[in-house]
Write a protein that binds this ligand. Structure first.
Ligand SMILES: C[S@@+](CC[C@H](N)C(=O)[O-])C[C@H]1O[C@@H](n2cnc3c(N)ncnc32)[C@H](O)[C@@H]1O
Length: 241
């Protein structure tokens, strides 16, 4: 190979080298997620891995919307699944109220709420000032909003809940936006999966709560407990300082 290259005409050598470099860069762009969007200056925590393979932010959104917009699934989520999910979410929120992490007066946000079963559950347990956001709105329970750029002012909420941390392509933005829109002393509850890889729509994999602790720079972790929540196994509670 070396001798073949040496035999090539001089003007062809830079061309071949550029072609080689271009293919290498194209390969890298397919392997490396779009680590931009105010990428944190320091390294990501070792127990948090962003999944490779998204060629653009639009490609990420397209993948998320592919499932959320599916009309047959939306029909199931709003009928057959509705009561069971609202009941289970109500049990989680009832427990948080008993532990004084949530109250009827808490202005609350559910992040990645799809058709809003968790918002309906908050209202069922008496937390009436509650709303959700998702890429696809489902009025009146769920407004349109990207969790990487929440459509709310600083310090809007007393309580934020999410079971979709694994869908964040930019987890530092997901957390940064929660800390921005929570008031001081406000509570954030995440349901996450630690024991295995999450589903094929996930954009990251989390392997320990330490990674979350590192991302929540302006909060303290106040509780961690095992749960059984629609395939997720851990509840983590943060309070904004
Ligand atoms: C696994 S579903 C969970 C839905 C709901 N929380 C539940 O338990 O039924 C993930 C949801 O996150 C939403 N999602 C994904 N990426 C998002 C983003 N960047 N901003 C807001 N919502 C997003 C999807 O549209 C989808 O509805």
């Amino acid at each position: 190979m070396k001798t073949d290259l040496l035999k090539l005409p001089v003007f062809l050598k830079p061309l071949i080298l550029s072609l080689f470099l271009l293919s290498f860069l194209a390969f890298l762009s397919l392997q490396t997620p779009l680590l931009s969007f105010n990428k944190p200056a320091e390294k990501l925590p070792p127990d948090l891995k962003i999944r490779p393979g998204y060629s653009s932010y639009d490609a990420y959104l397209h993948r998320q919307l592919n499932k959320t917009l599916n009309p047959k699934l939306r029909q199931i989520w709003t009928t057959r699944d509705w009561d069971r999910k609202v009941r289970v979410f109500s049990e989680f929120f009832g427990s948080l109220k008993r532990r004084e992490l949530l109250s009827n007066g808490s202005k609350s946000l559910c992040i990645g709420a799809r058709v809003g079963q968790e918002v309906a559950a908050l209202k069922r347990v008496g937390v009436n000032d509650s709303v959700g956001i998702d890429l696809v709105p489902y009025p009146p329970l769920v407004l349109k909003g990207d969790f990487h750029h929440q459509p709310f002012d600083d310090g809007t909420f007393d309580f934020e809940f999410s079971n979709v941390f694994d869908h964040a392509l930019y987890p530092w933005r997901f957390v940064g936006e929660i800390e921005r829109t929570l008031r001081r002393g406000g509570v954030c509850v995440l349901h996450v999966l630690l024991s295995r890889r999450a589903d094929k729509y996930s954009a990251n994999d989390l392997y320990s709560v330490d990674a979350l602790k590192e991302l929540f720079k302006n909060s303290e972790m106040v509780e961690v407990r095992r749960i059984d929540g629609f395939g997720l196994d851990t509840e983590v509670v943060f309070r904004k300082k």
